[in-house]
Write a protein that binds this ligand. Structure first.
Ligand code: SF4
Length: 757
């Protein structure tokens, strides 16, 4: 596989980029004529997309040249949110910000600076982390708290690495999609799964609604009550253990705490689980048997069945890990391949200068006293176990240990446990992405916040509340690299070229962090350019392959993956002369988690009825009788992105709520009507889409909605309170996962009624 930048003549050339319109990282061929991108198409021999691109990716030409893109740094000239700005040079803005940060650090300590990030695709997060660690603040928060990254941490705690990866696809007999709808979220993956279906793989799909993946892939569909996935997983474990369908040899030799697990799952017989989940008992048993007796089988990563369900998030992910382990599917082709950090890269803690942050600063991390799994206490245990195992590297990079989002907002507002005075927001739109929009708004508007800096491609509702806004390059305007399969946990490198120079005064976000770092005494730690950073990042790999620079590797090779070692845990580690085992404190797959035990949480998974359901709160259900799901993806857009792109807005012009036709009829709602969706926290407006594939007691609303065409000034902020799902969600302690603090996007109680205004 050799890809060369083909200079076809003086004016036209083809560059190979990586698609960052979601996390899928498809290979993109960009045709550039006279310095302008004229065509984007799929790279024919790229393993991810094989020549295909979805609408979202193809729309990036429009994204690149869109008249509303931010082109110059802006400084607030009126009140916060008033939409009065003055143009400012990068240098002047950076000088002013550096001066202010020095004062804040002197007066309140380094922890008074916090940073926030969203999906942080690619390098954004790791570069920001380096800046924050060198500054001395432990208060970086990111969306991984309720998304993939905490899942990877938990997997690392249970069996020493994450199981997401292309090697997990391939020759499996059975594949479980649990809380994942790739047809909407990552169409490239969906196409690859269709190939597996044609090759004979059986699919079990667990989804509260009849999704496209259910329709096209499922041999067994379990239509689950939202928020009860942990109970279902425990029910599967009950069946698999009671019927002795587990891999006895693996369990005897490689699992820690199986006897305690056996006792725990007796509490979840199929009849009880059927009552909790609304899935017929016989279907629960059928699916558990199909999964356990198909060899090999894989449970794909997915966030909607667990990570985003609040109180049961850790238990759900833990139970999934146990299923993978006791059925003997770890580290077998077609099963779930454990991956650690990239062995051929200076990735993770070394790149981020993680060790530079002193222990006394780590101890100040917001939320670390209460939510110990996601923050420094949990990270340190996993990191030490991983370091002994994964070529001295530990396990993580970029996202953990992170501070707790809701604790951050509250610290800004109240000044407790200490003041947070400055915020850097890069690649994030917290008014849309975080649960409880009202508290985020209060924090961003707080007079306690003396400095807010946003790095963005567009003016967004959150950027409107900033003091400085910097225009950053998109993925066609800068090179990108990713050890993507597991955001640092994948032993894998994928790289894309810069297609054109950044337009106007846009710059890669690396420029911002480096320049600010230089002004704050971090000179020793920064390479001159993003390209140089990547060359240093990939130095071990480039040396081995004989390339001088990351960009040469990008042009000629594109990706790298080491040969797969089947059942590595059984092989002899040449350094110790003993079997590798697993990168955990006991060297085994810890179905009984010593990590949770050390941190003071339940070492085994359990199910807890979420706080806002017809079962746990029947009184509230009288007024709010429907179960609300949010956070589900839809094809045209990625979370709160892409609302400005006309070709994508034509596909998805307005926010949509799915509701069963019978329920809609009872409520006097017709297809296409605007409706209010209301919880105890507030109401929003979306258009009803009548859909018979959803349970009559459940409604699904789209998230991330704001309207670039609406009034920008506060309090409108592009209509951020009108249709935004997180006006309806909560981030208080009651709704959150105890170990990680993950918030819930599912389930809540709501009512829906026609919006006659
Ligand atoms: S699904 Fe679309 S946006 Fe995502 S990687 Fe593939 S082409 Fe890009």
């Amino acid at each position: 596989m050799v890809c060369v930048t083909d200079v076809m003549n003086d004016e036209i050339e083809t560059k190979r980029a990586l698609c960052f319109a979601c996390s899928g990282l498809a290979g993109v061929e960009a045709t550039v004529k006279d310095g302008r991108v004229v065509k984007l198409s799929g790279e024919p021999d790229h393993f991810m997309n094989k020549g295909w691109l979805c609408d979202r990716s193809r729309a990036f030409m429009e994204h690149l040249y869109h008249p509303d893109r931010l082109n110059y740094p802006l400084k607030r000239a009126g009140r916060r949110g008033e939409n009065k700005w003055e143009r400012i040079s990068w240098d002047q803005a950076l000088d002013e910000i550096a001066k202010k940060l020095k004062e804040i650090k002197a007066d309140y300590g380094a922890e008074a600076l916090a940073s926030v990030c969203g999906t942080g695709r690619g390098h954004q997060q790791i570069i920001k982390e380096r800046f924050m660690n060198l500054f001395g603040s432990p208060n970086s928060a990111n969306a991984g708290q309720w998304c993939a990254i905490y899942n990877y941490m938990l997997e690392a705690a249970i069996y020493g690495g994450a199981t997401r990866g292309k090697s997990g696809l391939g020759v499996g007999k059975c594949l479980v999609l649990w809380g994942k709808e790739p047809a909407e979220s990552q169409a490239c993956t969906f196409r690859n799964l269709l190939e597996l279906k044609r090759a004979g793989t059986k699919f079990i799909v667990i989804d509260p609604k009849l999704s496209l993946s259910v329709d096209k892939l499922a041999d067994v569909w379990l239509q689950i009550r939202p928020g009860t996935d942990a109970a279902l997983a425990l029910g599967w474990l009950n069946v698999i253990i009671a019927e002795e369908l587990y891999d006895k040899e693996f369990v005897d030799k490689w699992c820690y705490g199986f006897d305690q697990l056996k006792e725990r799952v007796k509490e979840y017989p199929p009849e009880k689980v059927a009552e909790i989940t609304w899935i017929p008992e016989e279907k629960i048993v059928e699916a558990a048997r199909l999964y356990a007796t198909s060899k090999p089988a894989s449970i794909q990563w997915g966030v909607k069945g667990g990570d985003m369900e609040g109180v049961n998030a850790s238990s759900m992910m833990h139970a999934k890990c146990i299923l993978r382990a006791i059925t003997g599917n770890l580290d077998v082709p077609g099963g779930d391949i454990i991956q650690g950090p990239c062995e051929k890269a200076n990735y993770g803690p070394i790149f981020e200068c993680l060790d530079m942050i002193p222990p006394k600063q780590r101890a100040k991390q917001l939320g670390a006293d209460k939510y110990r799994a996601w923050t420094w206490p949990g990270y340190e245990i996993i990191y030490e176990a991983g370091k002994r195992y994964w070529y001295g590297k530990g396990c993580f990079g970029g996202y953990a240990p992170a501070c707790d989002f809701p604790s951050l907002w509250r610290a800004i507002i109240t000044g407790k446990p200490y003041p947070v005075k400055a915020l850097i927001c890069g690649g994030h739109n917290p008014l849309l992405a975080n649960a409880n929009t009202h508290i985020v708004y209060k924090a961003l508007k707080s007079p306690n916040l003396e400095l807010t800096v946003v790095l963005e491609q567009w003016m967004t509702p959150s950027a409107m509340l900033a003091d400085y806004v910097f225009p950053v390059a998109n993925w066609l305007e800068k090179p990108v690299v990713s050890m993507h399969t597991s955001q640092g946990m994948g032993n894998y490198v994928s790289i894309g070229e810069k297609v054109v120079e950044p337009l106007y005064d846009r710059k890669p976000d690396h420029y911002f962090y480096r320049e600010l770092g230089l002004r704050l005494g971090q000179e020793k730690y920064w390479c001159d350019t993003l390209e140089d950073e990547f060359t240093w990042l990939l130095e071990p790999l480039l040396d081995e392959l004989g390339y001088d620079s990351a960009m040469e590797f990008a042009r000629k090779e594109r990706w790298w993956h080491p040969p797969f070692v089947e059942k590595r845990y059984e092989k002899i580690n040449p350094k110790t002369g003993k079997q590798w085992g697993f990168a955990t404190p006991t060297g085994k797959a810890e179905v009984y988690s010593t990590w949770f035990e050390q941190l003071g949480y339940d070492p085994l998974p359990h199910y807890e009825e979420p706080p806002e359901t017809p079962v746990s709160n029947p009184e509230l259900a009288k007024e709010y009788p429907l179960i609300l799901m949010t956070g589900m993806r839809f094809r045209a857009m990625h979370h709160s992105e892409h609302r400005q792109i006309s070709s994508l807005r034509r596909l998805q012009p307005y926010p949509t709520t799915r509701i069963h036709p019978d329920t809609a009829r009872e409520l006097g709602i017709k297809d296409g009507d605007w409706v209010f969706i209301e919880t105890v926290r507030g109401r929003i407006k979306q258009k009803a889409s009548l859909y018979a594939g959803i349970n009559p007691k459940v409604v699904e609303i789209q998230h991330g909605w704001w309207f670039p065409e609406k009034k920008a000034e506060d309090p409108s902020l592009f209509g951020v309170f009108e249709s935004n799902a997180n006006v309806l969600t909560e981030d208080d302690e009651k709704h959150r996962d105890a170990p990680s603090g993950a918030v819930a996007f599912v389930p809540y109680l709501c009512k829906v009624y026609p919006a006659n205004e």
